[in-house]
Design a protein around this ligand. Structure first.
Ligand code: BTN
Length: 264
């Protein structure tokens, strides 16, 4: 897998927003607080960073451990003007932006596990929670990004599946430097999403950075059902294509993916 950083020259259009950041010492969840501000009319590009979250939330109703100073806990408000069927690609562009920020500031080359977990050495270093909300100014998306900066970010029992920037690089990361890079990367990828052919470029960039995009034998669970198969690319809206033993292609739109060894 080749890690191709975003090339700014791809973008011909204009930057759609300039982020404005609000900082908090402690919040239940940056996503929840930003959703509240969005319902009061906050503008696209408003972002929140907290030193800690007391009720951080992850995908699939999970908690996101957020001890003080151990992670980057960040949310940004987007008001996309693309058709809603393309909104799933917002998580793809967020994963690409977070990958750029980590690569630019720490040299890390992260893998992407579908749909949008960033991995380093096959362990999770960053999670993304994108939530669509209704506001008086129209539908909006809150994109929450959690980056594990130190090993304190995650409980010890998750050390086999989670890692941190400090563990992966052997150096103490600077939250502000990573945040600044993220605030540069997000508007670039978001603008691309709004360009003609931008979606295809985002899907191609995502596939280029994900060892899970093709040829990976995985187990996928959506809470009710479990499937096994070999990944064979993603649909134009980011859904995962899974080739099953019966020869059919299963299209997965939500769930957890685990790499497994095929039984011989
Ligand atoms: C996941 O991988 O399950 C997604 C984790 C997303 C965590 C971030 S931290 C900042 C923002 N606020 C939240 O409550 N969650 C997201």
């Amino acid at each position: 897998m080749l890690f191709v950083p975003f090339c700014g020259c791809i973008i011909r259009g204009v930057t759609l927003f300039k982020p404005k950041v609000l900082r908090f010492e402690s919040l239940p969840s940056t996503n929840t607080e930003l959703a509240r501000l969005a319902s009061e009319g906050a503008a696209e590009g408003l972002a929140i960073v907290a030193d800690e979250q007391t009720a951080g939330r992850g995908r699939l109703q999970r908690a996101w451990s957020s001890p003080k100073g151990a992670g980057l806990y960040f949310s940004i408000l987007l008001r996309p003007s693309i058709p809603t069927e393309h909104w799933p690609l917002i998580t793809f562009m967020a994963a690409l932006a977070a990958g750029d920020a980590l690569n630019e500031t720490t040299g890390l080359h992260t893998d992407i596990k579908w749909p949008n977990d960033l991995l380093s050495n096959e362990r999770k270093i960053c999670g993304i929670l994108a939530e669509a909300i209704e506001t008086p100014a129209g539908r909006a998306v809150i994109v929450g990004i959690g980056i594990n900066l130190t090993q304190n970010a995650t409980p010890a029992e998750l050390s086999n599946v989670a890692t941190s920037v400090s563990e992966a690089t052997g150096q103490q990361p600077d939250r502000e430097t990573i945040l600044a890079a993220l605030l540069r990367a997000l508007p670039r990828w978001y603008s691309l999403l709004h360009e003609p052919a931008g979606r295809e470029k985002i899907v191609a960039a995502w596939c280029g950075r994900s060892s899970y995009a093709t040829g990976k034998f995985v187990q996928v669970s959506n809470g009710d059902e479990v499937w096994q198969g070999t990944t064979c690319g993603v649909e134009h809206d980011g859904a995962l294509r899974l080739g099953t033993a019966s020869g059919e292609i299963k299209v997965v739109r939500a769930g957890d993916v685990y790499s497994v060894r095929p039984s011989s």
